[in-house]
Design a protein around this ligand. Structure first.
Ligand SMILES: NC(=O)c1ccc[n+]([C@@H]2O[C@H](COP(=O)([O-])OP(=O)(O)OC[C@H]3O[C@@H](n4cnc5c(N)ncnc54)[C@H](OP(=O)(O)O)[C@@H]3O)[C@@H](O)[C@H]2O)c1
Length: 327
């Protein structure tokens, strides 16, 4: 399996596995035994970075809470030394909105909870899930610095970060990776590339398939679970109008896939990996065949010229809005 380096020295599989959808945002939580097998198979096939978060919870049929960290921790326990566990703190789902809390005392509580659920004595990569405007960046970085000294975390990162915040925290406690949205439908954070290079910070790309849309498998959203627990049904890219507006985009990806003897998902991931060597997409899936397919994207090579042709086409085509904002 090809690997990539995040920050100065964190080696991870070139494609990581996003575990969120196993319990959260993709309908009712998946069967624990099935997901446990799937995670073991993911390790076998070469995934070494697994992405979870404190707040990726769901509600089981019996009303109990499905904790993503618990599932991931239990399933990966036999492989602990081989894998990079990445989790996040600082966000709670409150009804239909997110609440940010990165006060030192909250982070301390969160890290203990995550260590317990993950059944480990250290977290390899610990992200601030969202910026908390009520807490100074330097104070958050100070807490991360303490946790690193105490050996509870090995590296830290920030999700949905901007340049100013990244620069401020990085001077207090160097950041290993950011985790921001990046896909052919959302390219705004490409503007951070020069800063990431200057500071030697990696880019973990979340929702790299635009929540699955770029795989060209979902023109009809009726296949999603019709419940508020499946966020995809209400995402703009999957609506009837969205799909119509995105026909050129899907045609572009499908044409490139044919040329490269690859799948649309692989082209979508290979496109971002070809941009910079420190970009690591973390597509999520509950299905073995898709895990294999997505990991295979690391072997699909796009030249600089092919990437700029795609970028040029993306910049000039009509596209729908995408969940998380259109940029
Ligand atoms: N930091 C943050 O704020 C943040 C936000 C969102 C997500 N994330 C992380 O990023 C990870 C991925 O993001 P995401 O789940 O939002 O979006 P994504 O990876 O772009 O898309 C996931 C969806 O695509 C489908 N899919 C995956 N591979 C496929 C393939 N080869 N062919 C067809 N369908 C495929 C999956 O369905 P099936 O399960 O049916 O295959 C799933 O519904 C999450 O698991 C999470 O760890 C982080």
């Amino acid at each position: 399996m090809k690997t990539r380096i995040l920050g100065k020295d964190l080696e991870v599989s070139a494609v990581g596995l996003g575990c969120m959808g196993m319990t959260h945002a993709s309908g009712a939580p998946a069967d624990v035994r099935e997901m446990t097998n799937l995670l073991a198979q993911a390790v076998d096939m070469g995934y070494t970075m697994f992405d979870t978060a404190e707040c990726y919870t769901g509600v089981n049929l019996d009303g109990s809470t499905a904790y993503n960290e618990e599932l991931v921790g239990q399933a990966l326990k036999p492989y602990r030394r081989k894998v990079v566990l990445a989790t996040k703190y600082g966000v709670q789902h409150k009804g239909d909105h997110l609440e940010m809390d990165s006060r030192p005392e909250t982070i301390r509580k969160s890290v203990e909870g995550s260590l317990k659920k993950l059944q480990t004595d250290h977290i390899d990569l610990y992200y601030q899930h969202r910026i908390d405007p009520k807490v100074a960046p330097e104070e958050v970085a100070g807490t991360m610095s303490e946790l690193i000294k105490e050996g509870k975390i090995l590296h830290w990162g920030i999700s949905e970060v901007d340049e100013e915040y990244l620069r401020r925290v990085h001077t207090v406690c160097p950041v290993t990776a950011i985790q921001n949205r990046l896909s052919m439908m959302y390219r705004d954070y490409e503007k951070l590339f020069p800063v990431l290079e200057e500071l030697q910070v990696g880019f973990v790309a979340f929702s790299p398939l635009a929540n699955g849309f770029l795989t060209a498998c979902y023109r009809d959203t009726s296949q999603f679970e019709q419940s508020p627990a499946d966020y995809r049904g209400s995402m703009p890219q999957f609506t009837k109008e969205g799909v119509e507006q995105n026909e050129d985009l899907l045609a572009l990806i499908q044409a490139r896939a044919k040329e490269k003897d690859a799948t649309p998902a692989q082209i979508s991931l290979a496109w971002m990996m070809a941009k910079r060597p420190y970009i690591v997409p973390i597509p999520g899936s509950r299905k073995l065949s898709r895990l294999k397919e997505n990991l295979g994207a690391a072997d699909v090579e796009l030249t600089k010229e092919e990437v700029s042709q795609i970028d040029n086409a993306l910049e000039h085509m009509t596209m729908s809005r995408v969940f998380g904002g259109h940029k």
